[in-house]
Design a protein around this ligand. Sequence first.
Ligand code: C5P
Length: 404
Amino acid sequence: MLKGKKILIGISGGIAAYKICTLVRLLVKQGAEVRIIMTPSAVNFVSPVTLSVLSGNEVFINMFPESPDLCNAEKTELKTWHVNFGLWADVFLIAPATANTIAKISAGIADNFLLASVLASKCPVIISPSMDDDMYKNHVTTFNIDKLKFSGYKIIEPEYGELASGLVGEGRMPEPEKLFGYLKEFFDKKSDLSGKKILITAGPTVEFIDKVRFVSNPSTGKMGFEIARAAKDRGAEVTLISGPVMLNDIAGVKRINVTSADEMLKSVKLNLRNKDLIVMAAAVEDFRPVKKVNTKIKKEDKNRFVFEFEKTPDILYFLGKNKKRYKLAGFALETENLLENAKKKLKEKNLDFIVLNNPDIHGAGFGTNTNVITIIDTKSTKSYPLMSKYDAGNEILNKFLSLK
Ligand code: C5P
């Protein structure tokens, strides 16, 4: 699994840095290509020469070459340019990640080569915190780690045990064999959706009343986009149909922008072919004005306005009714009788499973980077704790893979 994989390791200044020598050896033995960046303080714990010999590559520490002459792109082949590493790697592991490096990543600071590379990277970043028990339990560190989790970074939880300070507590970086196992599992999972074609809808729909006014809802599209990102990371071919949102494109995901429920239905129909899974995460508006006025409605001489609304097409219902080879998942955003309503929808819309979220729970629903979901099918109901929308996306994809 690791043959030819491009693994970038960022080492910050903690005593656990010595363990990385063994990790590099294990990875290289399996045929992985390993490149290493160290923070200036990490060189006090382990020698860059050792790591360079073990990885078979030059180890980078400084943001700028010592001689200004070397800044010439041709001479250096842009080797130390921060963006290159992040683009080159399949995965970026920061281990050990000190409290200082974690805090800086979480604040978006880029004042050394390792941090600049993290900020510029496009691959998944895995962080293995390693520090003293007191530092680990400090609220500021806990907050920073949570922030990283919610931003989509993967965290390898530190272990309980003897620490370099002599204290016994939490904060130990796992042994190199364990980190190796984590990377192996990461790559196993990375390809478990390869060959699968997945269609995802996201964001709100916008239904215009007149030239400039519309009915919509506060959906930001984050949930659908994170499912798309997770599916792409696991090797799927992903099509993302999105209502109007403020989110950037995801590299490797085909994105189609639509505005109204009608347009979304049309686009879904056009992109149905050969799909293995369809996830309707869009918050499709349920109503639209019967008549759309093509000019701006004047407010003069009127205190009241009456608009007539009609139902928009239920895209999910259409997909359930016409289901052939694809598996179908819907979302339910409920504020009362949550489970009952979700189960009713599961049946009525002929879904394989439904994802329930309750916008009244802190950290769930519209606009947040996190969600609290319950996945329901005809046989089981499973509730998950608060997690990033990326992780929730992975749970939804795991559910798809578990279906017979
Ligand atoms: O019935 P309800 O609208 O609450 O169901 C929500 C689910 O149905 C979501 O998955 C949503 O994307 C989908 N939906 C749809 N077309 C609509 C309204 C909702 O596909 N017009």
